[in-house]
Structure formats: structure tokens, C-alpha cells
Design a protein around this ligand. Structure first.
Ligand code: DC
Length: 222
């Protein structure tokens, strides 16, 4: 297969990471979850007791922050100054920290190279919010995956409960709406569909149906 670069964007809880993992396995390509990079910056900011909305305070921390991504047995591991962050970045608190730091232009610029380097090196499917619009505007395929907010909150709730966290549907839905609003109205690289992206709404699709629809989009683009 020729080298292929796939950009997968959309709001949280649409199922981007599960879809990207399945596509990566099917096509034998690398998967990069870019949200994990913003979460890792958020974790570092939290550990340093800094305000994640304060650009000056966060920018001052960036020179002390080294983020490395390794793919181990097909799974992505993110390292923060040499320490594997594991599930520490997957809490609701880190979702809010990630959303806050992701609005800062200095943080977006800081992570741009790490993301682009992946697409230069190998075939990749990269998921995030601005992959098709900013990070990889020349991607071979662009998919914008979405679903209604209730459906997305239900999926996120299931994931969090499976991890043993105590949250309610109402909390997850209201966090998700707050994040959707912040992610799509921020000035720096807001969440929006690229002009040349294909919209895939999976509110009514199960996982296999979503994978099949995405593979159809990819084959049509090749
Ligand atoms: O996909 P996620 O929930 O792990 O993303 C965490 C936050 O990071 C989310 O609020 C939006 C932000 N993000 C972003 O701004 N750009 C990306 N490419 C990926 C994530």
C-alpha cells in the first residue's frame, strides 16, 4: 500500500479513538491520539499548580516539558519528562485541563511539530480537533466523526464507569456540552469541519457500521 495519511476530527465521545484504532489495525498503519498530548500538557500544568487558562503561566512551563510518544505493540504510550503517563491523563479533571490548555496558541504551536513528524515518518491515522484543518491540511483522507451529544455522553459514561470512576449521566453530559462549546468557540484552531472532510454521523450506527462507513470513505478517496 502507498503511504496514506488520514485525519480524523470530531467532538469528544464520538468514538474517534476506537474507530482510529480499528482502522489502524485494519490498514496496518500507526494511530496517533493527539488529545493525549493536550491531556499530558494539562497534567503537567496541574502538577505545577498553574492556572490552565493563563497563557503566560502555561507558556513559562513549556520549556520544562518534554513530551515523547512511543508506539509499543501498536498502542500509544505518552511520556512526560520520561515518565509514562498511562491512565493519569484519562480523568474528567484532565479532560477539563486539556480543554483549557488546548485553547492557548503557545500550547498548540508547541505540539504541532510532534504531530506533523508522525505523518512525515509513516502512514498514519491521527485523531483530534484540528487535524484536517491545521495540523495536516494535505491529508489524503479527512473524516469528521460526530453524533448527538446525548449519544456521546452515554458512551463516555460507559467508558468512565468501566474504569471505576463515579460519575452520573448528567455530569458527563454537562461536562461534554461545556467542552464542546469551549472547543468550538475558541479563537485558536477551533473544532470545525474542514471544507474537504467527509461528515460521518454515527448516532444511529453501531461500532461495526461506523468502521465500515469509514473504510468506504477511505477507499473512495484512494
Ligand atoms: O480527544 P480528547 O478528549 O482526549 O481531547 C482532550 C482535549 O484536547 C479536548 O477538549 C480538545 C483538545 N484537543 C484539541 O484541541 N486538539 C486536538 N487535536 C486534540 C484535542
Amino acid at each position: 500500500m502507498d503511504k496514506i495519511v488520514i485525519a480524523l476530527d470530531g467532538p469528544s465521545g464520538a468514538g474517534k479513538s476506537s474507530l482510529a484504532k480499528a482502522i489502524a489495525a485494519k490498514l496496518g498503519i500507526v494511530y496517533l491520539d493527539t488529545g493525549a498530548l493536550y491531556r499530558t500538557v494539562g497534567l503537567f500544568v496541574r502538577r505545577n499548580d498553574a492556572d490552565p487558562k493563563n497563557e503566560e503561566a502555561v507558556s513559562a512551563l513549556l520549556p520544562e516539558l518534554d513530551i515523547d510518544v512511543k508506539i509499543v505493540d501498536g498502542a500509544q504510550q505518552v511520556y512526560l519528562n520520561g515518565e509514562c503517563v498511562g491512565d493519569a491523563i484519562r480523568t474528567p479533571e484532565m479532560s477539563m485541563y486539556a480543554s483549557a490548555v488546548s485553547a492557548l496558541p503557545s500550547v498548540r504551536a508547541f505540539l504541532l511539530d510532534t504531530q506533523r513528524a508522525f505523518a512525515r515518518r509513516s502512514s498514519v491515522i491521527m485523531d483530534g480537533r484540528d487535524i484536517g484543518t491545521v495540523v495536516l491540511p494535505d491529508a489524503d483522507v479527512k473524516i469528521f466523526l460526530t453524533a448527538s451529544d446525548e449519544v456521546r455522553a452515554q458512551r463516555r459514561l460507559k467508558e468512565l464507569l468501566e474504569k471505576g470512576q463515579t460519575v452520573t449521566f448528567e455530569e458527563v453530559l454537562s461536562d461534554m456540552r461545556a467542552r464542546d462549546l469551549a472547543d468550538s468557540t475558541r479563537a485558536a484552531a477551533p473544532l470545525k469541519i474542514a471544507d474537504d472532510a467527509k461528515l460521518l454521523d454515527n448516532s444511529e450506527l453501531d461500532f461495526d457500521g461506523t468502521v465500515a462507513a469509514a473504510l468506504d470513505i477511505i477507499s473512495a478517496a484512494k
